[in-house]
Design a protein around this ligand. Sequence first.
Ligand SMILES: *[C@@H]1O[C@H](CO)[C@@H](O)[C@H](O)[C@H]1NC(C)=O
Ligand SMILES: *[C@@H]1O[C@H](CO)[C@@H](O)[C@H](O)[C@H]1NC(C)=O
Ligand SMILES: *[C@@H]1O[C@H](CO)[C@@H](O)[C@H](O)[C@H]1NC(C)=O
Ligand SMILES: *[C@@H]1O[C@H](CO)[C@@H](O)[C@H](O)[C@H]1NC(C)=O
Ligand SMILES: *[C@@H]1O[C@H](CO)[C@@H](O)[C@H](O)[C@H]1NC(C)=O
Ligand SMILES: *[C@@H]1O[C@H](CO)[C@@H](O)[C@H](O)[C@H]1NC(C)=O
Ligand SMILES: *[C@@H]1O[C@H](CO)[C@@H](O)[C@H](O)[C@H]1NC(C)=O
Ligand SMILES: *[C@@H]1O[C@H](CO)[C@@H](O)[C@H](O)[C@H]1NC(C)=O
Length: 536
Amino acid sequence: MAVVPSSFLSLLVLCGGLCYAAASPLNQIQESYPDSAVVTRVRQAETRIEQQLQRKSSGTKKLALDQILLDVVAPISEVDPQFLSVTIDSGDISRNWSGITFTAQRIINMARGLAPAMLRVGGTSGDYLIFNSSTAETVQQSNFTMTPQQWDEVNKFVETVGWDFVFGLNALLRTPYPNGSWDSDNARMLLSYSTSRKLYRPVGAWKWCATEPDMWGTAIPAEDHAKDFLTLRDLVAEEKTLGKMLIGPDVAYKMDYFTEYVVSTISFLPPFFNFCRFIQSLPQGLLSATTYHQYYGNGSTAKLPQCYDVNLLDSLIHVAVYFQASTEALQPQADLWLGETSSFYGSGAPNLSNTYVAGFLWLDKLGIAAVVGHKRVFRHDFIGGYFALLDANQNPLPDYWLSLLYKKLVGTKVVYVNGSLEYGRYLRVYAHCAKAPYPAGSVVLLLLNTNFTTATAELLNEDLASSYRDVFWLSPPAGDLTSTSVLLNGVLLELVDNRDLPHLVPAEDSPGSSLSVPSISFGFVVFRDTKIPACT
Ligand SMILES: *[C@@H]1O[C@H](CO)[C@@H](O)[C@H](O)[C@H]1NC(C)=O
Ligand SMILES: *[C@@H]1O[C@H](CO)[C@@H](O)[C@H](O)[C@H]1NC(C)=O
Ligand SMILES: *[C@@H]1O[C@H](CO)[C@@H](O)[C@H](O)[C@H]1NC(C)=O
Ligand SMILES: *[C@@H]1O[C@H](CO)[C@@H](O)[C@H](O)[C@H]1NC(C)=O
Ligand SMILES: *[C@@H]1O[C@H](CO)[C@@H](O)[C@H](O)[C@H]1NC(C)=O
Ligand SMILES: *[C@@H]1O[C@H](CO)[C@@H](O)[C@H](O)[C@H]1NC(C)=O
Ligand SMILES: *[C@@H]1O[C@H](CO)[C@@H](O)[C@H](O)[C@H]1NC(C)=O
Ligand SMILES: *[C@@H]1O[C@H](CO)[C@@H](O)[C@H](O)[C@H]1NC(C)=O
């Protein structure tokens, strides 16, 4: 008889409402991670999170998919006001910001619409970026130069639009490579230059770029990166006027969900181990936030039906729980940020990532990340590639409008929707307290119908059933899921005079015990006269 490891049995026992694929990476960590005490702590945190989420749905009777029941007593979590944030890739600096016109009023208006938010400039190329305070030339090699003008432009921009800023530093500047320690001279030059420029508000946070697998491979052990982070801490501490948040480690893993809707343990485990080893090696409290990256798959091979495939959407759940559990166990004072994420990697999928249908992946991710306890989610990216919020001509794509609506309606307190992390939900529902000027006590539902038929959802909370509703429903023109335009309540969303943001006008709906959710589409419904205690 085969010997079954005890960890495997305990996993089966745990596997209730929130059920992972049997080949749990955490299960394998037990066998291969060097420090078993750490694994035990991570598993305990994982169990705690599961129980918190399951407690809510461990009632006698399982709800049907089309029944909506909120836990109105207390919020399950609270996200940061900058929860929905954005990135710009460091690689754009090597192309002199790829023609992004930071000073154009329409760009400023669209960016302001997303405030409060944080801009993260980082990415693989950031490990080849060298700041040079005494040159105006961008050297185009594998290493490239960031000029003071380029640095000033982005800093002025974030100040103008009311964003915060986190910048990824080059972690490959090491002497001697690969065994030596981090050479902080270039970072010091950038920090002193920033201090000397009093015109813009200080960079809030610093991080490694270090997104490349080779960075987190055997060449430079995670523990050595952690030692170098202490050097960074000391350096940042010297600059009195700059932000001091330290963020990391930005691990990325290659996913191919399209053949198996579980995380491939082969590609997931090494980065996940590095994440744990890095944060475990740092003194408590040093990190303001831990970070990882997530994509649903390869942009070159993505297909339309994957964008609303509930199995693909669900694949984020256990990944999010693992990183949340590890952070809670190993750096409990730190927040967890999904530091770079989008639909599909490799600049996104042509005709999918830049179209209406990508909104399923984006809105569902925002829903899951908030319930699990993540504090921020950084959309890659604001501009650049198929997966951006603005297209190559700097015009808003459907996901920009979705993000704008999210910012306008969705507050920081997360209200638990009974069973909202169950697998296989064709009707996906998340809830937050609605944002002011909606009154305290009002709630907004984030709704996605992945079916090609209309769903009728039963509202089980009396509070919801008796409230007037503001409906903000997004649909594609002529039902074309791959449209680069989007309708709000049937009206095309576009800039006014090609420059200003339009008013986002709701459709009013009367009270009632059911809610009709149009086929294969998504949107927001604000219940504006509820007085639910979780939101007061
Ligand atoms: C979730 O739903 C189940 C089944 O209806 C119920 O027993 C349980 O109390 C619900 N949880 C909350 C927090 O409402
Ligand atoms: C900055 O650029 C100048 C002029 O091209 C060059 O002489 C100097 O070595 C560069 N410094 C760094 C740190 O790259
Ligand atoms: C980059 O673009 C700016 C205009 O945005 C221009 O002033 C500057 O000369 C360019 N720099 C380089 C190195 O091409
Ligand atoms: C890039 O910079 C790193 C760190 O200074 C250095 O080791 C490497 O040789 C440089 N690469 C090129 C092509 O100059
Ligand atoms: C780096 O360290 C490893 C193991 O400690 C050693 O095998 C290797 O030779 C070193 N490389 C250099 C360039 O010093
Ligand atoms: C993505 O898919 C393309 C086409 O199959 C392939 O060439 C590329 O290597 C893949 N990218 C990654 C990172 O696996
Ligand atoms: C994207 O769609 C356009 C028009 O619908 C089409 O001409 C183009 O070939 C498509 N591109 C790809 C990469 O599928
Ligand atoms: C939704 O679609 C799935 C298959 O995609 C089907 O099994 C299910 O019955 C549908 N539900 C409704 C309510 O139409």
